[in-house]
Design a protein around this ligand. Structure first.
Ligand code: AKG
Ligand code: FE2
Length: 310
């Protein structure tokens, strides 16, 4: 008896706690549902998955593939590189992401998945690191898990994730900041998020955090640093050395990432498409809450129309 042949995704783990490479797949809108299901399962298990040799992908193919994982969403404030969903990460336009962060946590329903495609890669450096925030929570000593379970934090985009290089002209910096914070968002999230698909608990922090609710600035900073240092432990991380044509997909609900800024003035260009997520809930079932703005942007990012901004 013969069976229909199809390409079988081959999943090879990279780190002990995070990261896997998937071979035998040509990404795009035509991918078979079985392959999509296997990619999704690997993504939930390993938090970030990598694909080599996807040079055939253009903006349209990238977005068509994203649609197989959910609904693509544009960045809430930064205009898209292609006028639709794709965000340009372009070293020559000053985009740097050399801060540990989870994408877009300044809105309630921040993206579930981010899909990053390497277009131009420098001759050295420019790696990206990811950290597994569920593993970070699971490996906390019990008293710290109990402490984190009861905390909530305010996230805001008034602090910029893709900070310009320190040597950037002040005018360029001011202009970028103006775009990034054209709408100023403040959202309260639980510090521990219960994952809507896996049920795992993870630490929800990163560089959009302004402060922990109910604490002074000093206590808040000390606690954020304490939990963030557990997230960044090398055991919880994986590091990817890009080649042009690579694609990385991460579960943005269970990771943070960091783009290493060490390739001098060499060109480095990537494109990111994000897929919409849902409103986080903490261990007590209490959902995240929009604090501001008062007007509902489009798309709504989980901000209910007529939302109270109290
Ligand atoms: O430049 C990088 O390596 C990471 C960029 C980033 O943070 C993102 O695509 O969300
Ligand atoms: Fe990012």
């Amino acid at each position: 008896m013969t069976t229909a042949t199809r390409t079988q995704p081959l999943v090879t783990r990279i780190g002990g706690r995070i990261g896997a490479e998937i071979g035998g797949v040509r990404l795009g809108g035509e991918l078979q549902p079985e392959a999509v299901a296997e990619i999704r399962a690997a993504l939930l298990a390993h938090k970030v998955v990598f694909f080599r040799d996807q040079d055939h992908l253009d903006e349209a193919g990238h977005e068509a593939f994203a649609q197989l994982l959910g609904t693509p969403v544009a960045h809430p404030t930064v205009p898209s590189a292609d006028g639709r969903y794709a965000l340009g990460i372009d070293s020559h336009h000053g985009a740097r992401a050399n801060q540990w962060h989870t994408d877009v946590t300044f809105v309630p329903a921040y993206p579930a998945f981010s899909i990053l495609r390497a277009v131009t890669i420098p001759p050295y450096g420019g790696n990206t690191l990811w950290a597994n925030t569920a593993a970070a929570y699971a490996h906390l000593p019990e008293p710290l898990r109990a402490l984190a379970d009861g905390l909530r934090a305010v996230h805001t985009n008034e602090y910029d994730y893709a900070a310009l290089k320190p040597d950037a002209l002040p005018e360029a910096l001011a202009q970028y900041r103006e775009v990034f914070t054209s709408t100023k968002f403040r959202t309260e999230h639980p510090v521990v998020r219960v994952h809507p698909e896996t049920g795992e608990r993870s630490l929800l922090l990163g560089n959009f955090v302004q402060r922990i609710e109910g604490l002074t600035g000093q206590d808040s900073r000390a606690l954020v640093d304490l939990f963030q240092s557990h997230i960044e432990r090398p055991e919880n991380t994986v590091r990817w050395q890009w080649r042009a044509g690579d694609v990385a997909i991460w579960d943005n609900r269970a990771t943070q990432h960091y783009g290493v800024d060490d390739s001098d003035d060499h060109e480095r260009t990537l494109r990111r498409v994000t897929v919409d997520g849902d409103v986080p809930v903490g261990p007590d079932g209490v959902p995240s809450r929009l604090i501001s703005p008062e007007t509902v942007p489009d798309p709504s990012f989980g901000i209910p129309s007529g939302a109270s901004t109290a």
